[in-house]
Design a protein around this ligand. Sequence first.
Ligand code: MG
Length: 281
Amino acid sequence: MYDVPIGVFTSIDAGLGVNFDVVCELGVKTIQLHTPRRESRTNDCASAFLYKLNENGIRITAVFLGFEGESYETIEITSQTVGFVPSKTRAARLVEAFEISDFAKLLDVTYIGSHIGFVPHDRRSSEYAEVVETIRSLCKYLQKNSQSLILETGQESVQLLIKFIEDVACNNIFINFDPANLILYGIGEPIEALKMVAKRVRGVHCKDAVATTGTPGVDWGREVPFGQGEVNAEKFIKTLKEIGYKGALTIEREIPEQPERQKEEIGNAINLINSIKTKIE
Ligand code: MG
C-alpha cells in the first residue's frame, strides 16, 4: 500500500480546475487551489473558505498562481502569455504573486505553484538573467511567509529546469511534476524525467496525454483522462513511491466547460489511483 492522499486541482471562482462542491461530493481530502480572482483574495474570503475546508476535512496542499491574460490556446500563444517570461507583464505579475502569497498564508498554505513560462534556452542571455532574478525575488518573498515555490514541469526539458533552479540558488524552490505536460509540449518521456528531478519533487499532477501527430514542440498533444494516455499511470505512481515522494497525488483534468464529464473522469481517476496504491508493496 502506498499511503499518500489523493487530491484534485480546484478552482473556486476562476480557472480550469474542478468546482469545490464537486471535490466534496467526490470525498477527496486535499486540493491544489488555482488562485482566486483578485476581488476574492480578502481576509473575509479566506476565513469563509477556511471554514468550508475545515467543515469538510479538506486541506490545501498548494495555491497555484494564475494571471489575467494567460492563454494556453497554442504552444506559441502559451509562450507569449504565460508566467514570468513575457517581459511586458513580468513586474506587475511579480507584485501580484506577492499578494497571492499573502492570501495563501491566510489559508495556511506553504507551497505556491507556478508555470514560469518558457524559460529562455540561452543561459547567457539577458532575458534568462532577468527571469532568474524575478524568480529569486519571488522565492525571497515566499521565504518571509514560510513558503516554497514549486515550478510546474513541461514547458522546457527537466535538464534546463534543474539548471534554472540551480541558477536561482534559493533553498525554497522545488518542482510540481506534471507527466502529461512533457507529452503535451513534446519534451520527452516522463518517467525518466521524474527520476532525474526526484529529490526536488514536492507536488505532482496526475494528468495524462497522447503526443501530437504533428510537430512536437509546435503542435499540442492531446490531454486525455488519467490512465488512458502515454504516461503509464501505474509506472508513474510506482516511481513516485520509489523516489520517496510522500505528498498528494493531485488529479488535474482541465475540461471546465464539460462539468459532468469532468466529475466522472476525476471519479474514475480516483478509483484507478486507489487500485494502484493498494497494489504497491
Ligand atoms: Mg499541471
